[in-house]
Design a protein around this ligand. Structure first.
Ligand code: ADP
Ligand code: MG
Length: 224
């Protein structure tokens, strides 16, 4: 079943036309790699389909709900409950411990500290970073930090994980480890993954690839 679908997306920043008719469909539980050279519009496409950035034109639907027409509060609620995010770097709160970072989305949903931290600890163990639970993000290695970020993205049980160059700041060994753990966890929980990358090595973890070039993408899934 198609979970998320974007069609005919346009987005400009001043005179820069970042998206000029991009589209993408994501089925339940599938891992889609969004590929393309630097500056082709991959991140802009991801931000638009995740409801972070409003497109100038086009339609984004999630389970038949139109993301572009929802109220801001409904869209934030949807992002919080259904989506998880992993970015290249800088997404962890530096003042909190890694455990508190992973527990944060659950705490924001009103879960008691003890329950949130128990669930967070479980996810950290699955991502093999329970050893850094009491450290601040600045005290961990880059690979550990990204695995903490993946644990935080998974802790709420999202239906879709958006990952923008999740291994971009890592060496190849740590990159492989993050990709292996992220995709294994996604398969186990049935979460779909939209994986933005310009590296073939990273895209190899996906079920299929969609190429973005000059702000345009054509997803063959639409033909089905
Ligand atoms: P990619 O992720 O494929 O490298 P982006 O989606 O980040 O590409 O960017 C596509 C184009 O839009 C680029 O020319 C980039 O400079 C421009 N762009 C992206 N975000 C902004 C922004 N917030 N303000 C101005 N220009 C932007
Ligand atoms: Mg980008």
């Amino acid at each position: 079943m198609t979970l998320l679908k974007a069609e005919g997306l346009y987005k400009s920043f001043g005179k820069t036309h970042a998206l000029e008719g991009a589209g993408l469909a994501v089925r339940e539980g599938e891992i889609v790699a969004v590929m393309g050279p630097s500056g082709s519009g991959k991140s802009t496409l991801l931000h638009c389909i995740a409801g972070i950035l409003p497109p100038d034109k086009g339609r984004v639907s999630y389970q038949d709900k139109d993301l572009t027409r929802m109220s801001d509060s409904d869209r934030s609620e949807l992002r919080r409950t259904e989506f998880g995010f992993v970015f290249q770097f800088g997404q962890l709160v530096p003042e909190l411990t890694c455990l508190e970072n992973v527990a944060l989305p659950l705490r924001l949903s009103g879960m008691k500290r003890k329950d949130a931290e128990r669930a967070a600890k479980d996810w950290m163990a699955r991502l093999e970073v329970d050893t850094v639970a009491d450290q601040r993000p600045g005290e961990t290695s880059g690979g550990q930090g990204q695995r903490v970020a993946v644990a935080r993205a998974l802790v709420t049980g999202p239906k879709v994980i958006f990952a923008d160059e999740p291994t971009g700041a890592l060496d190849s060994l740590n990159g492989e480890r993050v990709m292996h753990l992220l995709t294994t966890a996604a398969r186990e929980t049935g979460a779909a993954v939209v994986l933005v990358t310009h590296e073939a090595r990273v895209a190899a973890y996906s079920d299929r690839e969609v190429v973005v070039r000059d702000g345009r993408s054509r997803d063959v899934e639409f033909a089905r």
